[in-house]
Design a protein around this ligand. Structure first.
Ligand code: FRU
Length: 490
């Protein structure tokens, strides 16, 4: 269904209860609702925002258009949790109802200061000619959970040299100084990140552009995040406009980081290695990180991408967030592991093991739709080996290792209803290894696969039919031993 501008910019507050109830009914009838991921009550979810720990709880907001599966008037929706596992819906966090955010409360971040949680976001506005003008805005959350916006934006104008694609402030603190990175587009239509500085979170000065070695690298960098980890500086961002290159950059937009020495806040320079993709799957974008009370750096991403239609659209909702991942650095690379708290979801444990020789095996009662599974393969001489899951009849999702190419391959060509086929149905990533560990988190309509304890991750939505629950282990042209442990989740 085509959505008109009027429909996209309708306010949820103006919609009557009957219509909202009908929408909710359609959403609830969807067979692809997730069981342990953050998903919207209705409508479209995109970027995680304001991820923080404040007053004894995690807070995680997300970009939300309540009225349908399209990018319309964006709100911040608020969820909170004590343990990063069960999330409570806490209602609308920021509504776009001021002159400076009239066309959407866009992405941003949160930081605690003087006992309050400061929320930084981009107020998107459009004038009568539909020209975009962004404002950078602040809302303040009290311990009671009450959120109030400041009367004025903290950055009213885009600095000289940049277009109106200027958004997504991420704020951090270094001693007594606050810094913010903002995603930007130069006048010559190339992407970059700019830096601001403040001593009180309210008055900000433009410092200049971050000096990376990337030069021209896409036309816009969205959702930047800068942090330091194990003495390295990491700049994470989501560049738009990269061309596919070998196994890289096959999604519509990308998301990754550069890592190197810490940011020099005087010269704004970062010396770093090459840009690395954060995720190797089909559905991952706009991640954001925070540090939790025990010092872990935790990342959550949007399990989705702009401009991709989903089979859930007809039920009036779209997308979800990824599970939280703990970051660390090994060999110049970010390692991502599912946070240990997720083990609280584990119910019944089952285990299978064996030798596979030119065969595909299934095991009695070793099935599922929503579960966690760790599977280790020790290869002998098989050429390809792996797992088919959410399988049944002609449907299956496949994760495998090809020993000739030395690549992990995710294949969703037969995963059920198709999505984003124009961008391909296979993703590959080079991993040089003899033993391989696949750690899967399978939900009703998604999978996150951590390879070798977080060296790589493949995140994807899949839309198999309801009863596709088989798990099959296989080895082709030779033999391999494997061992798999599975925990049911519901
Ligand atoms: C990224 C993004 C951000 C923007 C938000 C709007 O997905 O385009 O740059 O703030 O989504 O919803």
């Amino acid at each position: 269904m085509g959505w008109t501008k009027e429909q996209r910019y309708r306010r949820v507050e103006d919609v009557n209860q009957v219509e909202l109830q009908n929408l909710q009914t359609r959403v609830n009838e969807c067979t692809w609702r997730q069981t342990f991921h953050i998903q919207p009550l209705s409508g479209l979810l995109n970027d995680p925002n304001g991820f923080s720990f404040y007053h004894g709880e995690y807070h995680l907001f997300y970009q939300w258009f309540p009225l349908g599966p399209v990018h319309g008037l964006k709100y911040w929706y608020h969820t909170k949790s004590k343990d990063l596992v069960s999330w409570e819906n806490a209602g609308i966090g920021i509504a776009p109802d001021d002159y400076y955010d009239s066309h959407g409360a866009y992405s941003g971040s949160a930081i605690e200061y003087e006992g309050k949680l400061y929320l930084f976001y981009t107020g998107n506005t459009r004038d009568e000619n539909w020209q975009r003008h962004p404002y950078q805005c602040i809302a303040i959350m009290e311990k009671t959970g009450q959120i109030e916006k400041l009367t004025h934006p903290f950055i009213r104008d885009v600095p000289e040299g940049y277009t109106n694609h200027f958004r997504d402030p991420k704020v951090w603190r270094e001693n007594d100084t606050f810094y913010a990175v903002i995603g930007a587009q130069r006048k010559d239509k190339t992407g970059c990140v700019v830096l601001y500085r403040s001593s009180n979170l309210v008055n900000w000065t433009f410092e200049g552009e971050l000096q990376t070695d990337l030069g021209t690298f896409g036309y816009m960098w969205e959702c930047p995040d800068y942090f330091e980890l194990q003495n390295y500086g990491v700049l994470m961002f989501s560049p738009q406009g990269l061309e596919p290159k070998g196994d890289l950059y096959h999604n519509i937009y990308q998301s990754g980081y550069v890592i190197g020495s810490k940011l020099d806040t005087i010269t704004h320079s970062l010396s770093h290695g090459s840009f690395q993709e954060l995720d190797r799957g089909f559905d991952f974008y706009a991640p954001q990180t925070m540090v939790n009370p025990d010092g872990r750096r935790i990342l959550v991403g949007w399990m989705g991408l702009p401009e991709i239609d989903l089979p859930t659209d007809k039920n009036g909702w779209a997308h979800c967030l990824t599970l939280p991942r703990e970051l660390s650095v090994r060999n110049g690379k970010l390692i991502q592991r599912p946070v240990q708290e997720l083990q609280a979801l584990r119910r019944q444990e089952t285990e299978v093991k064996g030798v596979l020789k030119n065969t595909k095996n299934m095991y009695e009662e070793f099935k599922g739709v929503s579960y966690e599974m760790v599977c280790e393969f020790e290869n002998n001489d098989a050429v390809v080996f792996g797992i088919e899951f959410r399988a049944g009849d002609d449907e299956k999702t496949v994760i495998k290792y090809d020993t000739v190419e030395k690549k992990v391959i995710l294949d969703r060509s037969s995963s059920g209803e198709t999505v984003g086929e124009a961008y391909g149905t296979i993703r590959k990533c080079f991993v040089n290894t003899k033993k391989i560990k696949f750690h899967l988190f399978v939900d009703t309509s998604s999978v996150e696969i951590f390879i070798n304890d977080g060296e790589e991750v493949f995140t994807s939505r899949i839309f198999p039919r309801e009863n596709r629950n088989e798990i099959r282990f296989f080895a082709l042209s030779g033999s391999t031993t494997f061992q798999a442990k599975k925990w049911s989740y519901v």
